[in-house]
Write a protein that binds this ligand. Sequence first.
Ligand code: NAD
Length: 501
Amino acid sequence: MVVKLNHFIDGKPVAGKGARYGDVFNPATGEVSSHVPLASAEEVAGAIAVAQRTLPDWAATPAAQRAQVLFAFRALIRSHMDELAELLSIEHGKTLADAKGSITRGLEVVEFACGIPHLLKGGYSEGVARNVDSYAVRQPVGVCAGITPFNFPAMVPMWMFPVAVACGNTFLLKPSEKDPSLPLRLAELMQEAGLPDGVLNVVNGDKEAVDELLTNPGVDAVSFVGSTPIGEYIYRTGTAHGKRVQALCGAKNHLVVMPDADVEQTIDALVGSAYGSAGERCMAVSVAVTVGDEVGDELVERLAPRVEALKLGPYNDPEAEMGPLVTREHLDKVRGYVDTGVKEGAKLVVDGRDVVLQGYENGFFIGGCLFDHVTPEMRIYKEEIFGPVLSVVRVKDYESAVQLVNDHEYGNGAAVFTRDGDTARNFANRVRIGMVGVNVPIPVPVAYHSFGGWKRSLFGAHSIHGTEGVHFYTRLKTITGRWPSGIREGAVFNFHSGSET
Ligand code: NAD
């Protein structure tokens, strides 16, 4: 029987009140595994009211006490790891090992947020003028919303809510409607960890729910992670309604292969980063830029058999290196891009379009695809495919490689593979990219640094988690006071500074 999922509001599961439901699939079999309620604007407004009502008490709870909930949550995640990974994989399709890895990356943000008393420590300046002291504090922004993508249903929500609630905010999570079960379970575990009712709420839904979060005056800040067209819409609509917004978006990540790169290491890096999680990662490498024709020839020749040999399988096959794509619609889109690449004249060296997995004929599987001789005006180069498709672009020299990276509209991640320190340093300094790898293909920053791209990969001033995350979820307040208050200075009409004698 197909189960009906709920929302999670005010500390308990809440059934959908409307008639609208979405299908959630097991992508390995193609079967519908559950129905997810798609909240109406009224249901979302009700959840916002809960978050508003809960805010004053939670914001006034001492930071060290708020951190206790996160310590307990951390322990619960670890003890439930197998259950969580299964719940994630069965709806997303990625392998269990990959699912566990992504939950662990989210857990690192929880660990970071456990240090919130230290992170919220402000500055104090004694004697900024005679008898005048100044101090700065960071206070919660208020009611925060998180709108998250399908590809990391644990990690991306955990980039957001642990930091937000640690800072004293209340939170509404609107997860992807494609794999909502894990985010719901995370909210239950936060509750079990001691979070008061109403601090973390999960509302399932689609555009209608999102639009209410973006326009309702009860929401103060919105974090979004997803594709660029939607992210741009979220940023424009949210800021037009007076909200603080950060929108982390799409990508086309280049890996530049210099002639002196270690070939074996580069090939391993490309196979893992282009085809891991079936390419459904915003930090997946989707373009290999080879500098000089010799490098291009050798790379493609040695890469092709590795791509052909990729082992596809359902999430619970321990041998599987790559699972299915998330939905049939997405599979059709990725196949369509490969068709386009062929029409555009790129050389399809490995064609995974018609791969069928025995026993999983209705699953959303596609084999690895490898294109050579891709050029910058092709759609398969310009657009994010979000599948297991790697394009090789050949350039004549290092300067052309830097130019190519900088000219692309996206600026999430890029890497250079080289043994030369000068090249590595020059690349890191000059590329207009938010996260740069030197002989590291997927340079995802650790939790105490911040994650975020440049150009059309991020809208808004803040990256996510780390210090930037704390700043996004707090407002700075600076207090200037005079003690003893009894000293009379008379009326002062001009600005004056403590440095004046
Ligand atoms: P998506 O943009 O389709 O959906 C993201 C969220 O927006 C979901 O919760 C969805 O319900 C909601 N949404 C979808 N259409 C909407 C609309 N018309 N109006 C309002 N809300 C809408 O993204 P996806 O397919 O779930 O995820 C893949 C994308 O996410 C890729 O582009 C990937 O690069 C990106 N991503 C980026 C990062 C990053 O940190 N930069 C991380 C992970 C994923």
